[in-house]
Design a protein around this ligand. Structure first.
Ligand SMILES: [Zn+2]
Length: 307
C-alpha cells in the first residue's frame, strides 16, 4: 500500500539521519573513525549458508562500522538433506538463517525457490531486480558463473542478468529504478576452468573470525548433518553443541587461514607489509564486469578496512 511505503521510507530516512549524527558525534570525540556514508551491502548466495561462508566476516566488519548488510539466499534450501526435505526443511533452514543473521545483526531473506531446481528464468530475474532496487545497494556480492552447483551458477547468472537492467525504468516499472548500476563482486571459489578466481580485494577477518564461526554454527542442518553425511564424515561429528562448535572451528580456521596464505601478496598490498603479513584469516572478492567498475579509487570506499 502506498501509505505504508511512504511511512517506511520516512522511517528509514530518519533512522539514517540519526545513524549519521551518532557517527559524526563519536568522531568529534575521537572515539571512532568517521563514517562518510552508510553503505548498503547486498549478498546473493544460492543456499542458506553460502553468504555466511563466503562473506560472513566482511559482513561483521561492515556492521561494526555502522553499515547495512543484507544476505539473500536465492533458494529456500529445501533439498540439501538426507533425512528431511520440502517444507519442514525449508522452514528449518529459514530459522537457522535468521539465527545466523542475529549473531551480527543483519537481514537475511530466503527467496521461496526450490533448492536444486533454480533456473535463470525471466520471472526469477525480475525477483532479483526488485530485490536489488528495494535495498539500493552500493555493492553486490554473488557467486561466479563457473561453480560446481547449478544453483550457484544460476544465482550468478540471475544477478549478472539483473545488472544494468536495474537502471532501466521500463523493466519492473512499478519498482523505482536505480540511477547507477551498483558495483558487483564475485565471492571466492577454487574452480579453475575456464578461469581461476582472481581477487581484486582480500579482507582480513581476524577480528571477527569467532563471530563468523558462531554464524555458521547456527546452520545445524548443514554443517553438522547434511555436509558431513554427503562427505562421508558424519561419524566424526560430535553430539554436544560446544564440542560441535570446536569441531567446526578447527575446520573453518584451517579453511580461512588457507585463503589468507593463498592471497598473502594482495593482503600486503592492501594493508601494508606489517599488518598484511600478520593477518591469519581472510575473505576474497573479484570484480564483476557487469556492474559499475571496481577501481583503485572506489575499493577503499566500498571496502573501508585498509586504513
Ligand atoms: Zn550453496
Amino acid at each position: 500500500m502506498g501509505f505504508g511505503i511512504i511511512r517506511n521510507a520516512e522511517i528509514e530516512k530518519a533512522t539514517q539521519y540519526f545513524i549519521n549524527e551518532i557517527a559524526n558525534c563519536l568522531t568529534s570525540h575521537g572515539k571512532t573513525k568517521k563514517m562518510s556514508k552508510q553503505l548498503n551491502i547486498l549478498v546473493f548466495g544460492a543456499h542458506p549458508d553460502d553468504c555466511d561462508i563466503k562473506a560472513g566476516g566482511v559482513a561483521a566488519l561492515y556492521v561494526q562500522q555502522g553499515h547495512r548488510v543484507k544476505f539473500v539466499s536465492v533458494t529456500n534450501g529445501d533439498a540439501g538433506h538426507h533425512e528431511m526435505g520440502g517444507g519442514p526443511l525449508a522452514r528449518r533452514r529459514y530459522a537457522e538463517a535468521q539465527a545466523a543473521a542475529d549473531v551480527i545483526g543483519i537481514e537475511y531473506d530466503l527467496l521461496d525457490n526450490h533448492d536444486g531446481e533454480l533456473m535463470p528464468t525471466l520471472e526469477n530475474r525480475y525477483k532479483i531486480i526488485r530485490t536489488i532496487r528495494e535495498f539500493r545497494p552500493d555493492l553486490i556480492m554473488t557467486h561466479r558463473p563457473n561453480d560446481y552447483h547449478p544453483d550457484h551458477r544460476y544465482t550468478s547468472t540471475l544477478v549478472q542478468d539483473a545488472a544494468y537492467m536495474v537502471t532501466v525504468p521500463n523493466i519492473c516499472s512499478l519498482t523505482p529504478h536505480l540511477e547507477r548500476n551498483p558495483v558487483i563482486v564475485y565471492l571466492s571459489d577454487g574452480f579453475m576452468k575456464p578461469s581461476a578466481f582472481t581477487p581484486d580485494v582480500v579482507v582480513g577477518i581476524d577480528a571477527v573470525i569467532e563471530q563468523k564461526i558462531d554464524m555458521l554454527h547456527c546452520h545445524v542442518s548443514q554443517f553438522y548433518e547434511w555436509l558431513p553425511y554427503n562427505g562421508g564424515t558424519l561419524d566424526t561429528v560430535p553430539t554436544g553443541a560446544s564440542d560441535r562448535r570446536a569441531w567446526l572451528a578447527e575446520r573453518l580456521h584451517k579453511r580461512f587461514r588457507a585463503t589468507a596464505e593463498k592471497y598473502r601478496d594482495q593482503l600486503i598490498a592492501l594493508y601494508g607489509e606489517g599488518a598484511g603479513s600478520q593477518i591469519q584469516y581472510a575473505e576474497a572478492f573479484e570484480g564483476c564486469e557487469y556492474g559499475s567498475s571496481l577501481t583503485a579509487e572506489n575499493i577503499p570506499i566500498l571496502f573501508p578496512f585498509f586504513q
